[in-house]
Ligand binder design. Structure first.
Ligand code: HEC
Ligand code: HEC
Length: 343
């Protein structure tokens, strides 16, 4: 259950985004809201909790508040207002799985497979029933995972085929979606006419698999306030599940980096800008002679210069290269890395 929350969260973000877009629609009954920082907050707050309930706040944001741009016209908004909701904004048109089969074969199968089995890294669209509780390998497909068929209509019409998004008519979208549901045994009759009326005759298997957990952090751990572990001693273990490269591998990653590895990380992030190129008069790392010379008075002076900063003959070395969040040890590691090839 816990792992799906990430997906649930993604879905929530997606629906909040569509709600935000639709919340910005102006229509005749819209309440005009003059936008300042606090009303923006109110708008966002009033949208977030209602994301799942899918109630639509009709709010029009006037351009006046920012003194920028002009209010969007209804035609302009219509171009963006294309989301399909579960039970609202269902699109016009209709189609059957039988109509969709050929289109799916021509437009979708090259990436998703003739049976929705997925080609290469492209997502699997069918199958995976009863695998969601398999902690090692849940197979999340339209059939096994998606709670509402409206998402399929919306996604297909909005984003597919991947290489020519928004090219499908609504009839095509209903037909192809019916076919995807047919591949998932959710629509069983290939002549079932799928449209806004028959939409509610089908039920997605995982419709009740999503739970709403309001106002709770997406983690079960409590924040440590004292005697906490040294962050460097914490090991991160990531299990990359889902599609994409190495989906089946359990990747172990460790946050403990030391020595030159740590030095290189810090050098790359903070010091390379100047010391990689000689910017602002900084001695280049590869300039061994310079470094040999600079080290003549001992490493401690060099460390001190790197940590506290100094103004030299060639320019200004800012304290810790400008990143004051670095510890002295980290700066020293970066210096060690920079001079590792110097005698
Ligand atoms: C050129 C390859 C390609 C073609 C052709 C294509 N898709 Fe996709 N499809 C993708 C990719 C890649 C993704 C994943 C996109 C992402 O996650 O951002 C995707 C995602 C999807 C998803 C969401 C799957 C999920 O579980 O997240 C659906 C549904 C889908 N495609 C349906 C279709 C349909 C229907 C067609 C034909 C009209 C089609 N696709 C044609 C490449 C393709
Ligand atoms: C904004 C550019 C800039 C950045 C970023 C920067 N440096 Fe420097 N650094 C300089 C310049 C310029 C000098 C040479 C000053 C002089 O000697 O005139 C210098 C000199 C040094 C020296 C030589 C000190 C000595 O005693 O000769 C060390 C060591 C050093 N930097 C380390 C670092 C490290 C480590 C970082 C990253 C954490 C870093 N620098 C980031 C500009 C930068």
């Amino acid at each position: 259950m816990v792992r799906w929350k990430v997906y649930k969260f993604k879905l929530l973000v997606a629906s909040v985004t569509t709600l935000l877009i639709s919340a910005c629609s102006s229509n005749n009954e819209a309440t005009a809201v003059k936008v300042d920082k606090s009303t923006t907050k109110t708008i966002v707050n009033s949208i977030l909790p209602s994301a799942h309930a899918a109630t639509y706040e009709q709010i029009s944001i006037t351009a006046e508040g920012f003194k920028l741009g002009k209010p969007a016209s209804n035609e302009e908004i219509a171009g963006w207002h294309i989301e399909v909701g579960h039970g609202h904004n269902l699109p016009p048109g209709e189609g059957t799985a039988a109509d969709g089969e050929e289109m799916f074969e021509t437009l979708c199968a090259s990436c998703h497979g003739s049976f929705g089995e997925g080609v290469g890294r492209n997502p699997v669209l069918a199958g995976g029933e009863d695998t969601l509780t398999d902690r090692q390998k849940p197979e999340r497909t339209v059939g096994s995972y998606w709670p509402y068929a409206s998402t399929l209509l919306d996604y297909t019409h909005r984003a597919m085929p991947f290489n020519s998004a928004q090219s499908l008519s609504w009839d095509d979208t209903w037909s192809i979606s019916a076919y995807v549901l047919y591949l998932n045994d959710i629509i069983e009759d290939e002549d079932f006419v799928f449209n806004a009326e028959s939409y509610h005759d089908i039920t997605m298997p995982n419709e009740n698999g999503f739970i709403i957990k309001d106002k709770e952090a997406d983690t079960s751990n409590t924040r440590c306030m004292k005697d906490c572990k040294d962050p460097k001693s914490i090991t991160i273990k990531t299990a990359l599940l889902g599609y994409g490269s190495g989906a089946e591998d359990v990747v172990e990653e460790t946050a403990v980096v030391e020595g030159h590895e740590l030095g290189q990380k810090i050098y790359d992030a903070t010091c390379r800008l100047c010391h990689g190129t000689g910017l602002a008069g900084a001695p280049k790392v590869e300039d061994r002679v310079t470094w040999e010379h600079r080290l003549q008075e001992g490493i401690n002076k060099v460390y001190k210069h790197a940590i506290d900063g100094y103004s030299g003959q060639y320019g200004v070395m800012p304290p810790k290269g400008g990143n004051l969040e670095l510890t002295d040890e980290e700066v020293k590691a970066a210096v060690d890395f920079m001079i590792k090839d110097v005698k």
